[in-house]
Design a protein around this ligand. Structure first.
Ligand code: ADP
Ligand code: ASP
Ligand code: MG
Length: 405
């Protein structure tokens, strides 16, 4: 069972979490609980570091941010002990969660289950700090924002759990973020592949790596509310319902910036040289479009997160000579809106339908990228809500699912 920040935001809420954990335990299960930092703790730690430095040491950021989860595990353990249960807390390193040596977004390399197993055997409820691990050299690492989901899934997989339940502040995975679209509808089921796309494309309800690990280990993953007993969403291999629908959901990201290099030489190495320069700084680029202008020149556009724009521009400016471009321009305040669904692969008209719908509302599509099960468009951020409403309507996402024969 994993409980996110809102679910553990106060001692009062920890009592409610304890109710759920106790119920699960009393039903005869062995239970491992993974918790996040309380409420907005991680955000306030980030902003304190920001008061000290624009680019604080990544190692120290991990030491700092991992403290949030440590508070929650101890408090939840105390609540359970006070209520007469055997409970014991583990930080990431105490739980044997080994990660690669990458600060701020480490991947879990292995979990030594021998540290927790004796506690489970003797009937204790084990509480583990999410979002953190330790490198072989003993350095504390974190898994990236939202990474407690991944801790939970990785532990569930390592212990051969029956399932992993993610308790959060919504009742499940919706067709799109219910905070943005009133008509968003909770899905009963969604496939690993669709959820993986949704998560990578911005649906913050699950950390993408959590879905990746669940898929790789065929673990049943459930997203449900920690505030109500409503049935949640099951994420699994194959989804039988809604076969008639080609689009399962919409995902989006704000804060997108498009960078364009004009007048690049039209030769075989020009593009790779640009991306090598950017990759050397560990900057992630997303949607890419290249236009051949004439025999000699091309232009290249790509998107980056606004937070790394300055860094990106710096690299490109430094290497203006080597990269041989004429001019660099950028456009901020863009958003990426994506439609996702496995049914799309066998239905060629879906992308056209998307572009028609957006055009019908006067929304200009600035860039496009596709895969078998998604189409992403870059639009003005000011049009985001309109685009989401329009696409939600166009693909009938608010309508109840029907079983196809
Ligand atoms: P937690 O702290 O429990 O991990 P998060 O804030 O990380 O919670 O994730 C839950 C939030 O994800 C919801 O409050 C919702 O605003 C957002 N969200 C984004 N996309 C979706 C979606 N498709 N379905 C449900 N929630 C979504
Ligand atoms: N506390 C971390 C964060 O806010 C990890 C998590 O909640 O999953 O990103
Ligand atoms: Mg989360």
């Amino acid at each position: 069972m994993k409980f996110g920040g809102t679910s553990v935001a106060s001692v009062e809420r920890l009592q409610k979490v304890a109710d759920r954990v106790i119920k699960k335990k009393e039903a005869g299960n062995q239970v491992i609980v993974v918790v996040s930092a309380m409420g907005k703790t991680t955000d306030s730690l980030v902003s304190m570091a920001g008061e000290i430095s624009d680019r604080p040491s990544k190692r120290e950021m991990d030491v700092l941010l991992s403290t949030g989860e440590q508070v929650t595990i101890a408090l939840l353990s105390m609540v359970l002990i006070e209520r007469g249960y055997d409970a014991i807390s583990f930080t990431g390193w105490q739980a044997g969660i080994r990660t690669e040596a990458v600060h701020e977004s480490a991947r879990i390399a292995s979990i030594d289950t021998s540290l927790i197993r004796p506690q489970l055997k003797k009937g204790s409820i084990v509480i583990v700090a999410g979002f953190q691990g330790v490198t072989e050299d003993g350095a504390i690492t974190t898994l990236g924002r939202g990474g407690s989901d991944t801790s939970a899934v990785a532990l569930a997989a390592a212990f051969g759990a029956q399932r992993c339940e993610i308790y959060t502040d919504v009742t499940g995975v919706f067709t799109t973020d219910p905070r943005y679209v009133d008509k968003a509808r909770k899905l009963k089921e969604i496939s690993y592949d669709e959820m993986l796309e949704m998560a990578y494309l911005g649906a913050g309800v699950l950390h993408p790596r959590a879905v990746e690990y669940a898929k790789n280990s065929h673990l049943e993953l459930v997203v449900c509310s920690s505030f109500s007993d409503e049935e949640g969403t099951v994420i699994k291999e194959e989804v039988s319902m809604e076969k008639t629908k080609s689009v399962r959901g919409l995902a989006f990201e704000k804060n997108v910036t498009k960078v364009t290099l004009l007048g690049l030489p039209n030769n075989v190495t020009a593009v790779s040289r640009v991306f090598d320069a950017i990759a050397a700084k560990h900057i992630n680029i997303d949607v890419i479009v290249q236009n051949v202008l004439d025999e000699a020149r091309t232009s290249l556009s790509f998107t980056v997160d606004h937070d790394v724009l300055d860094e990106t521009l710096d690299v490109l400016r430094e290497q203006e000579k080597e990269l041989e471009y004429h001019q660099m321009i950028f456009e901020s305040e863009l958003a990426k809106v994506s439609i996702v669904g496995s049914g799309m692969a066998s239905n060629p008209g879906v992308a056209a339908q998307m572009f028609h719908a957006l055009a019908g509302k006067g929304i200009k599509v600035k860039m496009i990228s596709t895969s078998e099960i998604k189409v992403s468009t870059i639009i003005d951020e000011s049009k985001l809500l309109l685009a989401l409403d329009t696409l939600h309507e166009t693909f009938h996402l608010a309508e109840e699912e029907s079983v196809s024969l």
